[in-house]
Design a protein around this ligand. Structure first.
Ligand SMILES: [Zn+2]
Length: 263
């Protein structure tokens, strides 16, 4: 966590949250029942007030994609980008937020000794990147091992809170990331059909970047493991959570100095 003073009357601080998902565990059998379960990430402001970590849903949120390590063939990399776009389209329907693809990037969200991922993320508000952990040039420190296996992906956000004299503490999310293990690309089928799909993995990690946490219901995309089942899109509970994070809950008005607008 880092805090700095902005002038004499305003305070600004930033916190970051990440979560990981593991690859398919065939031992888990999907439940048939539907569920309305969802969980929202929260942040506690310095005055003790706990708030849901939300983006301003009334502003366009840009995203860029680094598919260099998603596949060997360019046609397969392009298919991966199309899956990202399709996943954001589903998130847009569920939240009412306008997500805008601003092209490819060579950036990999990662923490370095010099800075944290959100301090150098200038290509888009959300960066989606495949990585290869075997080489320092293609690695992300955000993707870690989970239990006995390696995480297939991780997603998260950075949230800033501020105070201006005479007003209460307020906070808003302004950067997000999705990091996916390119070496596990063969574990996930392209698209959104039946089986363990890249589409479901993307929906899950994008869900984290927007502020969704894991749930215990196996029928939801936000279950911690991508199950070998068909996810056409977000399930009932996921959509309920995304609705709370989106335009239905109103705008979050932040001064321009809190986050640099990249749209
Ligand atoms: Zn997760």
């Amino acid at each position: 966590m880092k805090a700095r003073v902005r002038g004499a009357s305003a305070l600004l601080a930033v916190v970051a949250s990440i979560a990981a998902v593991s690859a398919t565990l065939p031992a888990v059998s999907p439940a048939a029942a539907t569920s309305s379960d969802y969980a929202l990430a929260t942040q506690t402001l310095p005055d003790g007030h706990k708030v849901v970590a939300r983006w301003d849903p009334c502003r366009t949120i840009t995203y860029s994609v680094n598919a260099r390590y998603a596949a060997g063939k360019s046609s397969h990399r392009n298919a991966a980008i199309r899956d990202v776009q399709a996943a954001f389209a589903r998130a847009s329907v569920a939240t009412g937020i306008n997500f805008k693809y601003v092209g490819s990037t060579t950036q990999i969200p990662t923490n370095t000794s010099a800075n944290r991922w959100y301090e150098r993320q200038n290509s888009a508000e959300i960066v989606v990147s495949w990585v290869r952990q075997g080489s320092s040039a293609s690695r992300s420190s955000l993707l870690s091992r989970v239990g006995r296996g390696s995480a297939a992906g991780t997603g998260g956000y950075a949230f800033k809170y501020w105070k201006v004299t005479g007003s209460p503490w307020t906070g808003v999310t302004g950067r997000g990331f999705v990091v996916l293990d390119g070496s596990q690309i063969g574990t996930f089928k392209a698209g959104f059909g039946s089986g363990s799909t890249r589409g479901a993995l993307l929906l899950h990690e994008i869900g984290h970047s927007l502020g969704l946490l894991h749930v215990g219901s196996t029928s939801q995309v936000m279950y911690p493991t991508v199950l070998p089942r068909s996810y056409a899109g977000y399930a009932t509970g996921d959509r309920n959570g995304l609705r709370h994070l989106g335009t239905a809950s109103g705008c979050v008005n932040a001064p321009g100095w809190v986050w640099t607008d990249l749209s």
